[in-house]
Design a protein around this ligand. Sequence first.
Ligand code: ADP
Ligand code: ZN
Length: 434
Amino acid sequence: MKNYYQPEIETMPLGQLQALQSERLVKQVKFVYDNVKFYHDKMDAAGVTPEDITGIDDLHKLPFIDKDDLRDQYPYGLLAVPLEDCVRIQSTSGTTGRRVVAFYTQEDIDLWDECCARAIVAAGGTKEDVCHVCYGYGLFTGGSGLNGGSHKVGCLTLPMSSGNTERQLQFMTDLGSTILCCTPSYAANLGEAVNEKGLKDKIKLKAGIFGAEPWTEEMRRDIENSLGIKAYDIYGLTEISGPGVSFECEEQAGMHIQEDHFIAEIIDPKTGEVLPKGEIGELVFTCITKKAFPLLRYRTRDLCRLTRKPCSCGRTHVRMLKPKGRSDDMMIVKGVNVWPSQIETVLFNQGYQANYQIIVDRIGNNDTIEVQVELTPEMAAEASLNVAAKEKKIVSALKSMLGITVNVKVVEPKSIVRSEGKAVRVIDKRHLYQ
Ligand code: ADP
Ligand code: ZN
């Protein structure tokens, strides 16, 4: 069986890696220019020819593309190979509007599976493992991506898909699942169920590979404790292939971007300027090996920072630090920028768990923001429980974190709907009035 830890690629010296990227980029730009009319026209309009791109230092000359382009070109406008060469489509979850459809040749699927295989190996996976995949299967890329990676590594793969927590727990205990793959919010949900049912000693999980939505370090610790595992972050997006564009190693300090396939840039979301190393900005990807749907300089709207600090695992591929969320996730409330992750951090620091909801509304001309958070069962059982005091404490911590007053409602355990896939943390009712 092939080994999916590939040191010759993953620990390649930077100069060599960049030479490989340059060689692949030059070929890819020509391929895309010749095969996708949309790019051809866009490059012509920007006055760039494929000959102008001689290596990665010329990448900045290419025009960006964004989600609106993908929506405008739906369904076939960005296809770079004949449809008969495609074997699969996947689609975004539609978190932020109309879905986008991506196409794959068999080689594209193999490449994607290989990316997920590397992520599983980095989390300690081997052919001895039982890999329990409860990301959704279907159009969403989570299920099929990790499923494919797990096959490549040779794990016994449990294609559970999401939901039906009872059945998840039964298979997890009966079949001795050792690696869990799902969204962090569903992992938190499973952790809660495992402890409620007293199954912690009966499960054999050692690692979890969680992604597809933003999650905080505080949430990571909570999941690690409740399931008794090491929790690894994994990132990806349908447009660029799916999960596995980047993944964490044992260092758990940022996700290595698979730079032999994807070139990452960080730009100022307002001006489009490439930002100096280490600055936070919008992540942009260029696919240098994909064939059916090879996006060049795709603006992800995800905000994060890149680092080339050497990693103790030996991998040389650049690391992206936990994305702060999508630029669309940021709420402007009472004129102040608010990220759901800031609220999550405050709640975890006060002993709450991932069961919360943020409701933004407008009364007259004034924005209102309310955070509803569940008591943990232990809190609810405290003889001296004082809900008003708990609410006051959260209000005060949020005020110092965000600078605005947030209404807080501490609610009974189990009153907030549990997530089975990507959690919907924010309900913003203001758009109803626009
Ligand atoms: P949609 O854009 O409809 O949600 P996808 O299912 O392709 O479609 O989701 C990709 C997006 O999910 C990414 O652009 C990013 O915002 C988010 N995401 C994926 N993995 C992570 C992660 N590990 N941390 C934070 N956000 C993530
Ligand atoms: Zn590493």
